[in-house]
Design a protein around this ligand. Sequence first.
Ligand code: FMN
Length: 508
Amino acid sequence: MTRLEHGAILQRTVPQHRVCGLWTFQETECGPRKLDGERTSEVSTPKGSTVDNSGRSGKPIRLNAFVQNAVTHQSSGLWRHPDDRGRRYTDLEHWVELARTIDEADFDSLFIADVLGMSDVYAGSRDAALANGVQVPQGDPMMAVSAMAAATRGLGFGITASVSYEHPFSLARRFTTLDHLTKGRVGWNVVTGYLTSAAENLGLTRLPHDERYALAEEHLEVCYKLWEGSWEDDAVVDDPERGLFTDPSKVHDIDHEGTYFTVPGAFLCEPSPQRTPTLFQAGASSSGLSFAGRHAEAVFVSGPSTGVLARNIAKLREQIEAAGRDPHSVVVYAQLTPIVAETDALAEAKYRSYLDLASREAALSLFGGWTGLDLAGVPSDQPLRYAETDAGRSALAVFTSDDPDRDWTTADIAEHLAVGGRGPVAVGGPERVADEMERWIDETGADGFNLAFAVTPGTFADVAEYVVPELRRRGRAVAPDRGPTLRERLGGTGPRLPKDHVGSTYHR
Ligand SMILES: Cc1cc2nc3c(=O)[nH]c(=O)nc-3n(C[C@H](O)[C@H](O)[C@H](O)COP(=O)(O)O)c2cc1C
């Protein structure tokens, strides 16, 4: 982005389309519902939850923090904001402080996103990504987790790893190691990897979209065999008198020979508290949804309106049911960027300061990586249409085929993504933001929010200070103690995979 463009952005006023969806600067002109889709009747409620006369389900609202081990994440450009500390991503203290803040606020988990390449689709170059700090420079998502776990009491950690670029044997060992060290607080966000640049630097070619999901199926099969099937529960004897640490008859080769992986031997690790880490997922194409239906225990969804999200969440729950599982046993987190302060006016001022520094070029660079579409040079008023690409599909669908009531132009996309990425932004004091959260939960059927940040750790600290006490006051906060492992924290009845989950069938 050039200096001149920065100047132009500094002159901008708050864009109406972003404002109307969630709060009320211009409410008389466009009303909060107008761009936000109609209230849907398709939303189903979890077993045991009640819906009162206001349509509120009353269920607790779960919170998850969405970050990356990088200078910026979803709000590229805001590394320049004086309140942002994103450049401290290389300091362990930064991560420990963040983890403590959200642990004390009873967040379910810290979700650490990851990509193994740069966004280099926009203008056919990685330059916009590098110049704007678009998820680069970055680091490995796993390294800080044991330190964060040691400093917290119950927080879970959802770590992203790609089935396309990690061998299941070594990846399974890393997750098991962390599951031991964290006493069962680890989750795996299973991704297939949408960036060509990630494949190339490993000497690979990115597989076609649906084949990546076929590979993901086999990758998980290998992991289940290692995590669930290789070591029996009582394999470790630990008996100094008999000189027997592990009973060799209770450790089994997995004999896996498939299309993508060959793993003949036994796992190296003894079973950890959860055995299989809690499984997260975020792909929402039709292959992505059916993969989630079989494997995911928590799903991250994002979309610009309640209408789009409600339809996608309903489809997801159908897929979970089709896989023979309770559709409400899977926790769905909807992406949201909360911008909160003591009063509505202070929050609005904060938001304006973010918009002033947000980079539309960075947003389009991120979008190019996600979707494989290069919007550089496309007229700003040109409406976007769905096109099948081999990158991610749902990131484009939520602005096109999933949202038939609205035409999104290139300018709209850049504006929408610049603060908070694909999800909505909620701006206001504690009450207004809590109102919005309740509305999104009740209208979409989500269970909670995957909170993206505008500035870090400020966005999360504000939620902890202002929103969580308000949710507690309304009886919509989660209980502080929800079981020691991540799986139990999310509502599971024990530390291990439930019986209706495909992974449990591999358990000996
Ligand atoms: C909230 C959210 C977070 C995601 N995080 C990552 C990530 O960290 N790394 C990654 O490679 N893909 C990530 N993705 C992309 C998805 O995992 C998936 O690969 C992508 O949406 C393409 O799959 P699809 O075509 O089935 O939608 C994320 C998607 C969403 C909605």
